[in-house]
Design a protein. Structure first.
Length: 138
């Protein structure tokens, strides 16, 4: 069995964003040479997420509105975590959207359903953060 590991780095200028990282993950898969196995894509920061869904701008807008209703950023004083910080809402948004995804690799390709893409969700941007890609297989 082979193993491959790579870190993808992102620096989002805004506080929040959804970035389609499918092409980056596909490039990692090509570099790995693995044809059959599993790929793990993991946000390595507790205020960021990796998730799978459709790459459609209306859906991304709806996520933004929904997440802000669930865990509003302001007023920051509502959160105990925000003593000296202002990102408690980002931790909660990450919890809802998830830490990682696992995708099957078949014939050297991501074995997706229709419309599925991998996204990096940033909830407390304006600094450099990483995503781990780990692939195992043959």
């Amino acid at each position: 069995m082979k193993s491959y590991r790579k870190e993808l780095w992102f620096e989002v200028r805004s506080r929040r964003a959804f970035i389609n990282i499918t092409p980056d993950v596909e490039e990692c898969l090509r570099e790995s040479g693995i044809k059959e196995g599993l790929i793990l894509v993991n946000a390595m920061h507790i205020t960021a997420s990796v998730f799978i869904n459709d790459d459609e701008s209306g859906l991304h807008h709806d996520y933004e509105v929904w997440l802000e209703k669930l865990a509003p950023h302001e007023p920051v004083s509502r959160y105990r975590h925000n003593v000296g910080e202002d990102n408690a809402d980002a931790h909660m948004k990450r919890q809802v959207m998830g830490r990682e995804v696992v995708v099957a690799v078949t014939d050297g390709r991501l074995d997706f359903g229709t419309w599925e893409r991998i996204f990096y969700g940033e909830f407390d941007g304006r600094r450099r953060k990483r995503v781990l890609v780990k692939i195992i297989g043959e």
